[in-house]
Design a protein around this ligand. Structure first.
Ligand SMILES: NC(=O)c1ccc[n+]([C@@H]2O[C@H](COP(=O)([O-])OP(=O)(O)OC[C@H]3O[C@@H](n4cnc5c(N)ncnc54)[C@H](OP(=O)(O)O)[C@@H]3O)[C@@H](O)[C@H]2O)c1
Length: 283
């Protein structure tokens, strides 16, 4: 489905981390379909070159480079290369990230550190390199970092919940510090989206039931995330900075459907208090 007008992002150079799979691929395809030049990265070369092929097949402009966002030197070299070839960077989408589901008591120091290094340190290195090498000299740029919803607690993912909260604060802080360079930074807190990783990496009990934990009773589609990122990359997003946009079918507010199963009227309607007023004139 096409939401935005053709050519909306023409002339923009957009870097998308984790562009070879799931949300990152959908974001790369959407930005390229609107005319942006997309540079995808990820650790494995195959998935990112497949995304590039998909973009080129329909006449879009894209390239990719295998790179680990945790490796500060590789990140620097990556942005140097992009600037040498493309001359500028307009948008950085920090989509690469991940974690492993595990009860908090079994998370080892190494496991915790790995999740923090990927999601916090990696995101920081990408953001810092994009800003110092491209956005600050250009006096313009946008960063969108994908984080997690729900915000009120992330059982089974203590490391990732902590990491994504750190990233959201990083975006808020930098949106103040770098406003003087006309750099806009937002986080997009993703609820559950129907990507391969959610279907195959997590235990089947999770993937089979997760939709029922969402008030809208379905997962998001990768395209819905991609449209949000395209909106932010477009002029419509020019005054959005320092905020967290939660895109999660209302999951941040409530676990499951409303009314809750087992607490409904006979035909499934929400329960209401019986009103007993002593004075018939009073409500
Ligand atoms: N799907 C959901 O329901 C959901 C919900 C909330 C948040 N999110 C977040 O949204 C983002 C995308 O999710 P997804 O579902 O599309 O998962 P995914 O398919 O696992 O995407 C993660 C991407 O990041 C790349 N990546 C991982 N570590 C990297 C590293 N060190 N350096 C560079 N690239 C790296 C991976 O490619 P390589 O393995 O080749 O490096 C992969 O393409 C992630 O940050 C995820 O945590 C997803």
């Amino acid at each position: 489905m096409q939401i935005f007008r053709e050519g909306l992002l023409e002339g923009q150079v957009c870097v998308v981390s984790g562009a070879g799979t799931g949300l990152g691929r959908a974001i790369a395809l959407e930005l390229a379909s609107l005319g942006a030049t997309v540079i995808g990265c990820g650790r494995r070369p195959e998935p990112i070159s497949e995304t590039v092929e998909m973009i080129r097949e329909v006449g879009g402009i894209a390239e990719s480079e295998a790179m680990d966002i945790r490796d500060a030197e590789a990140v620097d070299a990556f942005f140097d290369g992009v600037l040498e070839r493309r001359g500028r960077v307009d948008v950085l989408v920090n989509n690469a990230g991940g974690q492993f589901m595990s009860p908090a008591e079994t998370v080892t120091p190494k496991g915790f550190r790995t999740v923090i290094e990927l999601n916090v340190q990696g995101t920081w290195q990408m953001t810092h390199a994009a800003a110092t090498k491209a956005f600050i000299p250009q006096r313009s740029g946008k960063v969108v970092s994908v984080t997690l919803s729900p915000h009120q607690g992330m059982p089974g993912m203590a490391h990732s919940g902590a990491a994504r909260a750190a990233v959201e604060n990083m975006m808020r802080t930098l949106s103040i510090e770098w406003a003087r360079f006309n750099i806009k930074l937002c986080a997009v807190a993703a609820g559950q989206f129907d990507t391969e990783v959610i279907r195959t990496k997590y235990p089947p009990q999770v993937s089979e039931n997760v939709a029922h934990t969402i008030p809208l009773q379905r997962m998001g589609t990768p395209e819905e995330m991609a449209w949000m990122i395209a909106y932010l990359a477009s002029p419509a997003g020019d005054f959005l900075s320092g905020c967290v946009i939660t895109i999660d079918g209302a999951r941040d507010n409530w676990f499951g459907p409303w009314p809750p199963p087992g607490a409904t009227g006979e035909s499934g309607e929400p329960l209401a208090e019986e009103r007993r007023s002593r004075d018939p004139e009073q409500p």
